[in-house]
Design a protein around this ligand. Structure first.
Ligand code: NAD
Ligand code: UDP
Ligand code: UDP
Length: 313
């Protein structure tokens, strides 16, 4: 049993991580400021003696005693991280400094939820971890991309300078139950629109690609990385290499929901990456990890979740 801190634990990925850690016998402290997360995501864990929850902003110091830290606190959807971009950079950078300072004091192993966004609009395809990326430092996505890049820098400097055990995970687009209906990311948008009988909003010509990983696969990779030998720091890509255009995704959602909704085209947001697909060779070699859930199966689970929550709203 480990005493584990999960920052951003009331969010989409964090709440699934809390579930899995508790199921395997860990003691979990969930820290969240509920900016994009919600207590409802972990309501079923409240009252469990292995689970604690604390409202706290990681931009401020945190003094707790833990053995492992999963640092997930940060809004992940473009509409949310662009809503208060200064706070987004502060969360990534001050949050990383505080959580690394905490890890240093208590000698905890610490994992950073980094992102495929560190590759920006990639000129190398699929993306391998040794690619340094193509990121606009002053655009509307920069608060997120550069904040996460700076957090990676801090992780590796604390590792080199202070000997911290760090793990850096580059997460590619992940979807599944507990995404917020107004989250703004493409999978939740399409499913919610389809279930409400509204036309599906395609930004740009819909030929841009993304690779979508189901949340259970992602959390499995995250735990494997945390448990991996101390000398493996990453960064390591965790994502599903199946690559789809937004048109293909929309057509699949339309077929699986049986909606009569159509596609409607809207302007492409600034700096929207044209393509994204992980090279997973390192995760396979070092973590023996590969995604198992197909896009179609994952979408069915996610559609079932939204069907039940939207009716209950
Ligand atoms: P989410 O928005 O559902 O969860 C983020 C959580 O962090 C929320 O509960 C939010 O309230 C909390 N939070 C935000 N700022 C905070 C602060 N200053 N202090 C404390 N808590 C704060 O998003 P998610 O999809 O669960 O993403 C979790 C992590 O994974 C993020 O760091 C994100 O950057 C990373 N990530 C996610 C994806 C994805 O596709 N889901 C892809 C790449 C990286
Ligand atoms: N910190 C924290 N919890 C701890 C220890 C440190 O939140 O248990 C924060 C504190 O705000 C500190 C930061 O982490 O400024 C970085 O810590 P470090 O020891 O690296 O540097 P310091 O600023 O203390 O010299
Ligand atoms: N997108 C879209 N319609 C939507 C929401 C997003 O076509 O309703 C597009 C968006 O422009 C991007 C892709 O889907 O090209 C993935 O967007 P998301 O916000 O989910 O993730 P990210 O851009 O961070 O990969």
């Amino acid at each position: 049993m480990n005493k584990v801190l999960v920052t951003g634990g009331a969010g989409f990925l964090g709440s699934h991580l809390c579930d899995r850690l508790i199921a395997r016998g860990d003691d979990v402290l969930c820290v969240d400021n509920f900016y994009t997360g919600n207590k409802r995501n972990v309501a079923h864990l409240i009252g469990n003696p292995s689970f604690d929850i604390m409202r706290h902003d990681v931009c401020w110091p945190l003094y707790v005693e833990v053995e492992r830290i999963f640092n997930l606190a940060c809004p992940a959807s473009p509409i949310h991280y662009q809503n208060d971009p200064v706070q987004t950079t502060k969360t990534s950078v001050h949050g990383a400094i505080n959580m690394l300072g905490l890890a240093k004091r208590v000698k905890a192993r610490i994992l950073q939820a980094s992102t495929s966004e560190v590759y920006g609009d990639p000129a190398v395809h699929p993306q391998t971890e040794d690619y340094w990326g193509n990121v606009n430092p002053i655009g509307i996505r920069s608060c997120y991309d550069e904040g996460k890049r700076c957090a990676e820098t801090l992780f590796f400097d604390y590792h080199r300078q202070h000997g911290l055990e760090v793990k850096v995970m580059r997460i590619f687009n992940t979807y599944g139950p507990r995404m917020h209906p107004e989250d703004g990311r493409v999978v939740s948008n399409f499913i919610v629109q389809a279930l409400r009988g509204q036309d599906l909003t395609i930004y740009g010509d819909g030929m841009q690609t993304r690779s979508f990983c189901y949340v259970d696969d992602l959390v499995d990779g995250m735990i494997r990385l945390m448990d991996s030998p101390a000398d493996f720091t990453g960064p390591v890509n965790i994502g599903n290499p199946g690559e789809f255009t937004m048109i293909e995704l929309a057509e699949t959602v339309i077929r699986l929901t049986g909606t009569s909704a159509k596609l409607v085209f809207q302007p492409l947001p600034q700096d929207d990456p044209k393509q994204r697909c992980p090279d997973n060779s390192l995760a396979k070699e070092k973590l023996n990890w590969q995604p198992k859930v197909s896009l179609e199966d994952g979408l069915k689970e996610t559609i079932a979740y939204f069907r039940s929550t939207l009716t209950n709203d």
